[in-house]
Design a protein around this ligand. Structure first.
Ligand SMILES: Cc1cc2nc3c(=O)[nH]c(=O)nc-3n(C[C@H](O)[C@H](O)[C@H](O)COP(=O)(O)O)c2cc1C
Length: 423
């Protein structure tokens, strides 16, 4: 019987196990997790979301402190913030995160970075260019362009010396979005090296509406994307993502011409994942009824998360002087609108819960948005309960090997003593 290991991904003249661990910001897909995927011969992602906060935490830099000091002033009660990012600091932070990760890389696989266009950071074009250039200059193997159409992204880095040697890919949720991107890519005569097709069951932000995601189907979109590429005479690896929960799910796509698969939710509960352990237990304990696709994200994209996410209904004061990663070019974020439109409780004088948007920067940074793929409720099938009633957290290696070798939808449980039961 066929398993993922019977296939290989050919990319940039190299061969990989056709498994990509998707980017999960903010530092949910840690360097450690990405490096494990690379060590095992696949492709792992770090994310550059809130890179200054991530490097402050990991390498004791002081980027956020310096940003806060620079922007300190009277707190203005308006729904706008004029708090630009220091591009030099942004470059330093991104380079540090990327180069430290790449220095530790071992094994035959690759480490890519997930770069979300929707992190507009008060100056969308300028900050995106800095982030992309810094990732390339920091030695990243590849960049996955996500959360946005990225129509101008390739042009921004066309002068970078690594523009043609690094792997550059895009995440799309429709053939239409890919067609628009390809048209712009032709201008710089640089086609993407791979296309991730993210379906409606993925975690994070979705490229579907809150009411139509149920009608969309990953296999259909993958076929439409393949048809488009064939029509355009392009031979570009297509990598489906979203709801691929077992090795057999992956094989179903690989047998139909996919070059690899991108997965994430199964890795959220691994030891190497950046979520705090208590949040991993919440993911493991979740049921289907606990999951929703909502419009809480101020980016304007629907997002899948657990209903119990502490961010929902929080009335935290906007923290753009320090974070502010979602501010647009006018210093605007939809959470600011909601926050200032929410009145105070007449009895306590305290602000009432902000119900329609979450402060995504603050809460993602503190792991209080429990974003997850649709099949989060199946995670409990992938491990065992310990004597203390908590779920055992598997190693990333165990989950990787389970995808790589499992057949017939079987999921190998990690042994509590040794994770290498599958080896
Ligand atoms: C916790 C979590 C965070 C995510 N964050 C991001 C992100 O920052 N950027 C992105 O492009 N995709 C993000 N995703 C999507 C994944 O990279 C991946 O494409 C998708 O979740 C795969 O589907 P699966 O989770 O069902 O395996 C996230 C997914 C999860 C579960």
């Amino acid at each position: 019987m066929t398993c993922v290991d019977d296939f290989r991904l050919d990319l940039g003249g190299k061969q990989y196990i056709p498994l990509m661990v998707g980017g999960m910001g903010v530092d949910i897909s840690t360097s450690r997790l990405a490096l494990e995927a690379a060590r095992l011969g696949g492709i792992g992602h770090i994310s550059d979301a809130l890179s200054m906060s991530v490097t402050d935490r990991l390498y004791r830099t002081g980027y956020l402190k310096s940003r806060t000091l620079r922007n300190r002033g009277p707190l203005n009660d308006t729904n706008q913030r004029d708090v630009p990012f220091d591009l030099g600091e942004l470059r330093e932070a991104t380079m540090l995160h990327v180069s430290k990760t790449m220095e530790s890389k071992r094994g035959p696989g690759a480490v890519f970075v997930n770069v979300m266009e929707k992190l507009t950071m008060s100056a969308p074009r300028e900050t995106l260019k800095v982030r992309l250039d810094a990732a390339l200059d920091g030695g990243i193997d590849g960049i996955t362009l996500s959360a946005g159409l990225h129509l101008g992204s390739l042009e921004l880095i066309a002068e970078n010396p690594r523009f043609r040697d690094a792997q550059l890919g895009i995440i799309v949720s429709s053939a239409r979005a890919l067609a628009l991107f390809l048209r712009r890519a032709r201008r710089v005569e640089r086609m993407p090296d791979y296309v991730v097709v993210e379906g409606p069951l993925a975690g994070g932000h979705l490229g579907f509406g809150t009411d139509d995601w149920q009608q969309a189907d990953l296999m259909t979109i993958v076929r439409e994307v393949m048809d488009l590429l064939a029509k355009e005479g392009l031979s570009i690896p297509v990598i489906p993502a979203g709801g691929i929960f077992t090795g057999t799910d992956a094989v179903n796509f690989l047998e139909r011409g996919a070059a690899a698969v991108q997965v994430a939710t199964r890795f959220t509960v691994t030891k190497e994942c950046g979520l705090p352990d208590n949040v991993k237990q919440i993911y493991l304990g979740a049921g289907l009824a606990d999951v929703e696709v909502n419009t809480q994200s101020p980016t304007g994209y629907p997002m899948r998360m657990l209903k119990s996410s502490p961010a929902i209904g929080s009335n935290i004061r906007p923290n753009c002087e320090t974070l502010g990663f979602i501010l647009d070019a006018e210093g605007h974020c939809k959470y600011l609108d909601s926050y200032y439109a929410t009145s105070d409780d007449p009895e306590t004088g305290r602000k009432l819960p902000v119900i329609d948007k979450v402060c995504l920067c603050t809460h993602m940074n503190a792991f209080r948005v429990y974003t997850c793929g649709h099949y989060v409720y199946r995670l409990k099938e992938t491990t065992r309960l310990e004597d203390d009633g908590r779920y055992h957290l598997p190693d990333a290696e165990h989950v990787f090997w389970d995808y790589q070798f499992s057949q017939d939808h079987r999921i190998a449980l990690p042994s509590t003593r040794s994770e290498t039961a599958l080896a």
